[in-house]
Ligand binder design. Structure first.
Ligand code: LLP
Length: 427
């Protein structure tokens, strides 16, 4: 469910026409719906309520501090993966007792920053890292809380670049080694192993991987407790998939049905690190047609958003729905299902101004004929859109706007040319 709805052939975000936003703030523009964001967070809260979980919004998904602040106000914690993300979470009102910190390469200054801010759980990804964490914490007279991140070695479940629980990826501890690592850290004064962590990959459309991962996790928790570790946290990470094409994703309830029984059996506090599920469909990318062009037998729709704004299509071959914000009378209405043939359309490559043949938001996409200045919307752009954007080709990053009913406000200004060169000029 989201609040991007066509009314009489005009796209609205909640009660605000998208055209009004494009005219006021310019394009390319990320537009977020507050109601959608909170709705998705609420769905997770209620589905997992029986376990009283700690939901840690994954900052990497979309770290805008205004969105993070909305999360903090609703009681969310944060999943961070760098000092920068920790800084954002704290700026947004997050507190260390609700922050978990993952990543294969935490530096000593990052570890110290996290300990200074009372981060409750370090998701530890290697034996060397675990011992280093103990050393840094002990040098500060502190004891770090750690969860061993395990790679449960499951069958492939999503794009190879974002599958984190198959053999051979850089994440976590090989499942066969977890107990040796556990044994080796017993008695360390700087670290207490209090949890088990797994993040299976992203996005995951099925629930089976969570059931399989949790089953493997339960056996490990028992064994770690036998070793003497006071395991009280089961962190199942993030990864819940969303609708990109049609209604292909599972509701929060479906994931809860496989995760909750495992948590009960483990007698642990549940931690989750959802990102995409909360913000993915709460954001769109609005752009404007610059030109159309035919070449090599292909039709190109050249618009002002590019791979530097949304890199997912070219990086992962990801599908994002794309449709005009205001399909004129005579053009087809937005389709329910982008996999079915759409009348009155023809295949077009939706591209931007960046100097790479790989600069596209969609290829051979069925779209109606559009013309210069028409507004185009790329949907499901709230997750890993702005967060993965860049200044490639010295393109200023897009602006971001938060809509609440009929009101809206800028939550990140469009970068200026001065912004682009400031770190080089002010050296
Ligand atoms: N926890 C950990 C440890 C993670 O590495 C991630 C995402 C999450 C939680 C949040 O996953 P989510 O709930 O958002 O699926 N750039 C890719 C996705 C990379 C995911 C990285 N880790 C994309 O655009 O699809």
């Amino acid at each position: 469910m989201d609040h991007f709805i066509y009314r009489e052939r005009k796209l609205y975000c909640e009660d605000t026409p998208v055209r009004e936003l494009a005219e006021k703030y310019g394009t390319p523009l990320f537009v977020y719906s507050k109601a959608t964001l909170l709705h998705h967070f609420g769905q997770l809260q209620s589905a997992f309520a029986p376990a009283n979980p700690l939901l840690c919004y994954s900052v990497k998904t979309n770290g805008n501090i205004h969105l993070c602040r909305l999360m903090a106000e609703r009681g969310s914690g944060f999943d961070v993966t760098s000092g920068g993300e920790l800084y954002r979470a704290l700026q947004a009102g997050g507190t260390g007792d609700k922050i978990v910190y993952a990543g294969v390469g935490k530096t000593d200054p990052e570890i110290r920053m996290a300990l200074d801010n009372g981060v409750f759980l370090f998701n530890v990804e290697s034996e060397e890292e675990l011992h280093n964490l103990g050393k840094v914490a002990a040098s500060m007279g502190k004891v770090a809380g750690a969860a061993l991140r395990v790679n449960p070695d499951l069958p492939p479940k999503t794009h190879a670049k974002t599958d984190t629980s198959v053999k051979g990826v850089k994440f976590g501890l090989d499942i066969e080694t977890v107990l040796d690592v556990g044994r080796g850290i017993l008695g360390n004064a700087g670290v207490r192993v209090i949890g088990l962590h797994m993040h299976l990959g992203s996005p995951i459309l099925k629930t089976e991987p969570y059931a399989m991962g949790a089953a493997k996790g339960l056996a490990l928790i028992d064994a770690l407790r036998e070793q003497g570790h006071p395991i009280s946290v089961l962190n199942m990470g993030g990864g819940f998939g969303i609708h990109y094409r049609k209604q292909e994703a599972q509701p929060a309830q479906a994931f809860a049905e496989v995760i909750l029984p495992a948590v009960e059996k483990a007698n642990c506090r549940l931690v989750l690190e959802p990102g995409r599920f909360i913000v993915g469909n709460a954001g769109i990318l609005v752009s404007r047609v610059l030109f159309t062009k035919e070449t090599g037998g292909k039709h190109y729709l050249i618009q002002d958003a590019a791979m530097n704004d949304l890199i997912r299509p070219t990086l992962y071959g990801s599908f994002h729905r794309i449709w005009p914000a205001e399909p004129a009378v005579g053009l087809p209405a937005p389709p329910e299902d982008y996999e079915l043939a759409i009348p009155d359309t023809f295949p077009q490559d939706v591209v931007g101004p960046v100097c790479e043949s790989g600069d596209f938001l969609a290829q051979a996409r069925s779209l109606p004929r559009l013309k210069r200045d028409d507004l185009v919307v790329t949907f499901s752009a709230g997750a890993y859109g702005m967060a993965m954007s860049s200044n490639y080709n010295s393109r200023p990053r897009a602006a971001e706007v938060l809509v609440d009913g009929a009101s809206h406000r800028l939550i990140r200004h469009r970068e200026t040319y001065e912004d682009l060169v400031r770190p080089e000029v002010e050296v």
